[in-house]
Design a binder for this molecule. Structure first.
Ligand SMILES: NC(=O)C1=CN([C@@H]2O[C@H](COP(=O)(O)OP(=O)(O)OC[C@H]3O[C@@H](n4cnc5c(N)ncnc54)[C@H](OP(=O)(O)O)[C@@H]3O)[C@@H](O)[C@H]2O)C=CC1
Ligand SMILES: O=C(O)C1=N[C@H](C(=O)O)C[C@H](O)C1
Length: 271
């Protein structure tokens, strides 16, 4: 098969630069475009140089559609409004859209699902193998234990992160809710402050920590009578996310339109 041509949007971001380096290392992939928003200081710069590599000949542009029509896929770690707009453009260009962005509203999710009627979209709050395996384990444990075990999801990230709780925490909370056969919207508790009263059975709690340069740490705690089970993942390098995103792009090539997850890519559906 010919090399897969990929566009990286958010090319100047922490993840954008990591993805550009990962594409440069993959013989079956080629960087076909790089985008940043209008007015960004990175527009007009060489994408390779942005990522600390030799020049690639790909100049960062603020015209995503022009980049998408000349590509097979787009890797998107940006912000929710941008990813929603990119989903429409990727559907127009009929290319695979891999979305790693987090912090979407329910309305954003609906727009992405609508775009997926015409395009292959792979979307996940965490692209790493480890976290998706963890989610499968959390679902299994939640299915096994009853409400006598309180579920709490604790996450810590670097001090530049702008959304909370993390997409991964939500993914893990959803896995716990699915395992228990309940709705996360109805049972999730996202803030506690002041005189809260005792914890209600069945709640799925979230706690958010921010500081320093932490790449991403997640703990799912099942706290029961006189015993506690803790399942954890610690990300040590953003390369785990870019590797997953590239695997998703390869997997999506030639597939029928739809909204897919990393569990689909990794074959974890029946785990
Ligand atoms: N699913 C996963 O596995 C992972 C998800 N993430 C998520 O990815 C997202 C990005 O994270 P991170 O790289 O750390 O954040 P950064 O802030 O470092 O990067 C975001 C980039 O997106 C750019 N951007 C904003 N709007 C547009 C647009 N319209 N078109 C093109 N680019 C745009 C920003 O440009 P500017 O600064 O000029 O506005 C910036 O360069 C977050 O939502 C994060 O939670 C992160 C890691 C892993
Ligand atoms: O913003 C980040 O950095 C990360 N975001 C994702 C999330 O919200 O879970 C994934 C990873 O933990 C890093």
């Amino acid at each position: 098969m010919t090399q897969m041509r990929l566009v990286v949007v958010g090319a100047g971001g922490r993840m954008g630069r990591t993805v550009i380096r990962a594409v440069a290392e993959a013989p079956d992939l080629v960087l076909a475009g790089a985008c940043e928003p209008e007015g960004s200081e990175f527009v007009g710069r060489d994408a390779g140089e942005l990522a600390g590599l030799p020049p690639t000949g790909i100049t960062v542009t603020d015209d995503p559609l022009a980049a998408f029509v000349a590509a097979d896929g787009v890797i998107d770690f940006t912000v929710p409004a941008a990813s929603v707009a990119h989903a429409g453009l990727a559907a127009q260009a009929r290319i695979v859209h891999v979305i790693g962005t987090t912090g979407f509203s329910a309305e954003d999710e609906e727009k992405i699902a609508a775009a997926a009627r015409h395009a292959v979209i792979v979307k996940s709050g965490n692209m790493s193998l480890g976290v998706n395996l963890l989610a499968a384990l959390v679902k299994r444990v939640a299915r096994t234990l009853d409400e006598g075990f309180d579920i709490e999801v604790v996450e810590m990230h670097h001090n530049r992160k702008i959304d909370a709780p993390s997409g991964t925490a939500l993914l893990l909370g959803q896995a716990a809710a699915d395992g228990r056969g309940v709705s996360l919207a109805e049972n999730g508790v996202f803030t506690r402050h002041g005189f809260t009263g005792a914890r209600e059975a069945g709640q799925i709690g979230f706690a958010t920590l921010r500081g320093g340069t932490v790449v991403g740490e997640h703990n799912v705690i099942f706290a029961g009578p006189h015993e506690r089970i803790e399942l954890a993942h610690k990300a040590e390098d953003r390369g785990i996310f870019s590797r997953g995103a590239l695997a998703a792009a390869r997997w999506g090539r030639g597939r029928k339109p739809g909204l897919y997850s990393m569990a689909d890519v990794l074959g974890l559906g029946d785990f």
